[in-house]
Design a binder for this molecule. Structure first.
Ligand code: C5P
Length: 232
C-alpha cells in the first residue's frame, strides 16, 4: 500500500532559500518559498518515511511528523546536511562514514555565492557605486552524492531554457540518481507559486509528471523515488 512505500526509510530534504549576510543589516537571497520542499517532506511522511527537513528562512509551518532543522546560510545548511546524512568531516574527503540516511533530496535554492567578507559595521553610503566581491559556496547536493557511501540522491534543476539538456548534464556532473527539472520561465509555475511542472530524469530513463499542485506533485515524485530506490 502507498502508506508503506517508504516505511523505515530516513529521508533528508533541504528546502527554501539561503541568506548570505553582507553586513549586520543586509543579506542577499532569492525568491524560493520552500513550498516544494515542504510538500516533499509531508508526502514522505504520508508514505511512511522518517523525515529530516533542513530549511532556510521561509513562512511555512513545520509539517506534522517532520524533524525540522532551521538554518540561514548555505554554510550552515551544508553543515546540518552532513550531520543529518551521517557523514563526518573526514567523509567528505572520502573516508569512513556511518550511513544514516537512505534518500537525500536537495530542493533548497542554495545561494551559489556569498560575500567574501561580512563587514562588522553597516556599510555606509558614500560613492555612487558599490562593488561587492563574492566567493563560491559549497555545493551541498554534489558533496552528498560524492560521499563514499552516498544515499539515493535527488536534485532539482530550475532552468529557463533547454530544460532536458541542462537537467541531464547536471544528473551526470553531480553524480545524482535522479533529477527533477522545472521550467521556471513558465508564468504561474515554480518559484513562489502553488503549482509546478516537473520533468524527472534518471540514468537511461525519465518521466513527465505534468503540471499539478505542489502537494500532488510531491506524492508523484516521492512514489517515483521509492520505485527507483527499490531497483537501485
Ligand atoms: O547547479 P544548480 O544550482 O542549478 O543545481 C541545483 C540543485 O543543486 C538543487 O537540487 C539544489 O538544491 C542543489 N544545490 C546545492 N548546493 C548549492 C547549489 C545547488 O545543494 N550550493
Amino acid at each position: 500500500s502507498i502508506e508503506s512505500l517508504l516505511a523505515g526509510r530516513h529521508i533528508v530534504i533541504t528546502a527554501g532559500p539561503t541568506r548570505e549576510e553582507i553586513d549586520p543589516v543586509r543579506f542577499i537571497s532569492n525568491h524560493s518559498s520552500g513550498k516544494m520542499g515542504y510538500a516533499l517532506a509531508s508526502a514522505s511522511v504520508a508514505l511512511g518515511a522518517k523525515v529530516t527537513l533542513i530549511s532556510g528562512p521561509v513562512n511555512l509551518p513545520c509539517p506534522a511528523g517532520v524533524d525540522l532543522v532551521n538554518v540561514v546560510s548555505a554554510e550552515q545548511m551544508h553543515r546540518a546536511v552532513m550531520k543529518a546524512v551521517g557523514a563526518t568531516q573526514s567523509d567528505t574527503a572520502g573516508d569512513i562514514m556511518q550511513p544514516n540516511c537512505d534518500i537525500f533530496i536537495g530542493c533548497a535554492a542554495v545561494a551559489d555565492y556569498k560575500p567574501q567578507q561580512k563587514t562588522e559595521q553597516k556599510i555606509k553610503k558614500s560613492d555612487t557605486e558599490l562593488t561587492l566581491t563574492f566567493t563560491r559556496n559549497p555545493d551541498i547536493l554534489s558533496d552528498v552524492a560524492h560521499l563514499a557511501q552516498p544515499p539515493f540522491t535527488v536534485g532539482f534543476a530550475a532552468e529557463t531554457q533547454d530544460v532536458a539538456h541542462y537537467a541531464q548534464d547536471k544528473l551526470k556532473r553531480k553524480k545524482l540518481d535522479m533529477i527533477a527539472a522545472n521550467d521556471v520561465s513558465q508564468a504561474g509555475l515554480g518559484f513562489n507559486s502553488e503549482q509546478n511542472a516537473l520533468n524527472v530524469y534518471w540514468n537511461n530513463g525519465g518521466k513527465n509528471l505534468g503540471v499539478a499542485d505542489k502537494s500532488q506533485l510531491a506524492i508523484s515524485l516521492m512514489t517515483l523515488v521509492a520505485q527507483r530506490h527499490a531497483v537501485k
